[in-house]
Design a protein around this ligand. Structure first.
Ligand SMILES: NC(=O)c1ccc[n+]([C@@H]2O[C@H](COP(=O)([O-])OP(=O)(O)OC[C@H]3O[C@@H](n4cnc5c(N)ncnc54)[C@H](OP(=O)(O)O)[C@@H]3O)[C@@H](O)[C@H]2O)c1
Length: 254
């Protein structure tokens, strides 16, 4: 006889959120459980202690919820491949895949750009979006890839590819939802340097790349799998504000 927890994930919608243990990811999980207490929610995190703490917090506000944990470091190729295999073993369906984990390491003010911007026509957009204002630190991972690209883009892309057999099962369409940013900028992105190894706006480049990928995935898959990138505004820079989770998520969720 099948394990009851397996049976539950056949009938319940399965929702997986990367970077679910804090900030927008955790706020998103709160919102998802508030919208539908019947889902099976999988918190995909790199640190299991923080994941356990997030699960405990969610169970406190939503007692009896069906919450599971999965270890994944989206900045590490091996970890992503293993996580995809684990998900494939655990679940028969994957309704919503929220690609939320992300990093913007040590943004610093580019003083020269700031002073130039003050006296240019771009002054308002500079203050509104930080365009050209922040230099974003980056480095190379053990896998030989740029860290920001790997974490924000490629790790998640690998996860999608690894989960393809599970996505869009007959009668069970899947949605892939990227957390993008108003800091995504075409001017920061180049196809000849898509990892942004030679620039100073790795974060803006990575978020633009996720927007592009989201569009490309819709072309690649049939209607059983759809992809959307939702934009979070960087102005209220806080990682805990629930107001940052826009209503679009709930619309997507329905
Ligand atoms: N906050 C904003 O104003 C804002 C604006 C626009 C877009 N965003 C985007 O929103 C998303 C969430 O950001 P946030 O503000 O909530 O940031 P946060 O509070 O720093 O949370 C980021 C989450 O991603 C996880 N994470 C980072 N690197 C990871 C990795 N290699 N593998 C697995 N998980 C990893 C973190 O886990 P740990 O706890 O283990 O570090 C954490 O759970 C990001 O994609 C970010 O770019 C944020």
């Amino acid at each position: 006889m099948a394990d009851p927890s397996t049976l539950a994930t056949i009938t319940r919608k399965v929702v997986l959120v990367t970077g679910a243990n804090s900030g927008i990811g955790l706020a998103l999980c709160e919102r998802l459980l508030a919208e539908d207490g019947e889902i099976h929610l999988c918190l995909a995190c790199r640190n299991m202690q923080r994941a356990e703490a997030a699960k405990a917090a969610l169970l406190l506000s939503h007692p009896g919820s069906d919450i599971n944990l999965l270890r994944v470091d989206v900045g590490n190729i091996k970890s992503v491949i293993e996580a995809a295999q684990e998900i494939m073993q655990r679940y028969q369906r994957l309704d919503y895949l929220y690609l939320n984990a992300g990093i913007m390491p040590n943004p610093r003010i580019n003083l020269k750009a700031f002073i130039n911007g003050l006296f240019s026509s771009k002054v308002i957009s500079m203050f509104a979006t930080g365009e050209g204002l922040l230099t974003q630190e980056d480095w190379v991972t053990d896998d030989g890839l740029q860290q920001v690209f790997m974490t924000n883009v490629f790790g998640h892309f690998l996860l999608i590819r690894g989960l393809e057999p599970l996505l869009g099962q007959p009668g069970c369409p899947s949605q892939v939802i990227w957390t993008s940013s108003n800091n995504a900028r075409k001017s920061a992105f180049s196809l000849t340097d898509y990892q942004h190894g030679h620039g100073q706006e790795s974060y803006s480049s990575s978020k633009y790349a996720t927007d592009l990928l989201s569009v490309a995935l819709n072309k690649h898959y049939n209607s059983q799998v759809s992809s959307v990138a939702f934009v979070i505004d960087h102005r209220p820079i806080t990682s805990t504000s629930k107001e940052l989770v826009p209503s679009i998520e709930c619309e997507v969720f329905r």
